[in-house]
Ligand binder design. Sequence first.
Ligand code: 5AD
Ligand code: SF4
Length: 469
Amino acid sequence: MELNTIERDDIGAAAENLVVPAAATRKVFVKTYGCQMNVYDSQRMTDALAADGYAATDAIGEADLVLLNTCHIREKAAEKVYSELGRIRELKAERAKTGREMLVGVAGCVAQAEGAEIIRRSPAVDLVIGPQTYHRLPGVLARARSGEKIVETDYAVEDKFEYLPQPKRAELIRRGVTAFLTVQEGCDKFCTFCVVPYTRGSEVSRPVAQIVAEAERLADAGVRELTLLGQNVNAWHGRGENGEEWGLGRLLFRLAEIPGLARLRYTTSHPRDMEDELIAAHRDLPTLMPYLHLPVQSGSDRILKAMNRRHMAKDYLTLIDRIRAARNDIALSGDFIVGFPGETEADFEATMQLVEDVNYASAFSFKYSPRPGTPGAEMSDHVPEAVKDERLQRLQALLLKQQQDFGTSLIGRTIDTLIEKPGRQAGQKVGRSPWLQPVIVDEKAGEIGDIIQVRITKTGYNSLFAELA
Ligand code: 5AD
Ligand code: SF4
């Protein structure tokens, strides 16, 4: 299951996170597309670049290196990269007129999927580097600076995390009180619509000791809320400190022992991998937030089968019942695809019915987008675009209503909020609810990093307003 793909146009998001060593002589501009794992990867790449003498900039015009960390999940995501490369080509030409070089690199899932094709289509690109080889970035850049065009998209045999430098504590502190930590990458499920098994490769779990050490570093730098990432995060497994085989549930119990870490989350999960111990963690671990992103994609058994999801709608609903029995305040989130090949009106109605049955607190929904090389793209019976549009509208209207109803149901209730950052408006701070909603409070309600009790007074479009309880 891939992570939620948010379209990230906040250009400086990754660049902002650079460590700037005293000896920095060059500047890098990083733009991150796609899911949270790309956000994490951009941070790790910029850490590696900082150690290599590249300081961050959010002014693309002054960059010696422009790095696009790309997403390939849907066609629109990939096309965005090519149009951005068109603009960068002009900037590069402008800069060349002043006698200065601008290297252009494409990283992430488009890099992995398209490889050398990117350089053919966008000759301004100097290097293409896939997600499994980021630790080789400094060496690759040295070669690119001497004029070589480089495509580095093999699945490295070495563990990139062993080689990627850790950022300085001061930099971690600057990054704030919430953090991501990739514990698992890749996917062996091969859903027929999905490129992830091809772009991120097969499932790899990071070892317990590596994860615990990174989580301890983060906690020591003031991180209060940690989100474990993986395309199929609940398929994570490893060997514990006592030599026993651990699943994600056991890992969460271990991470909950780390002083300072007050909140744990994980994303994204596949319904087939919700093991008993993980459900038990939701029951027994107050640190584990009562919010679960558990995509189902469709409510029709016929479509689920065609998607190779390996479960039926009923299995998903039964699972949700078990999870809710373990933790009754858990809120659910999901991903949906409308217009998968062969989807009839009745299939779509089954999806609407499942959404009614589950009642989601939030969700992401997409029109099916055929991805080259996936079995779905080869199927017949593609659904016309207009039908996809119409179904998506109906589904999104229902999901939005559920999301708003969930927000409204919290009015008057007292909940925990982690104060995360200053608000957009003076006099406010923004916190995070247990269910991932932004909570707007008075700036005097507490300091960043505090977990405070607030009473919800009203809802905004996507947020909650609250006063100190
Ligand atoms: N077309 C549309 N949506 C897709 N997703 C993955 N692949 C495709 C595709 N080819 C959606 C799924 C997944 C989410 C991150 O993106 O719903 O869970
Ligand atoms: Fe998720 Fe299926 Fe894609 Fe794997 S193949 S990342 S389980 S949607």
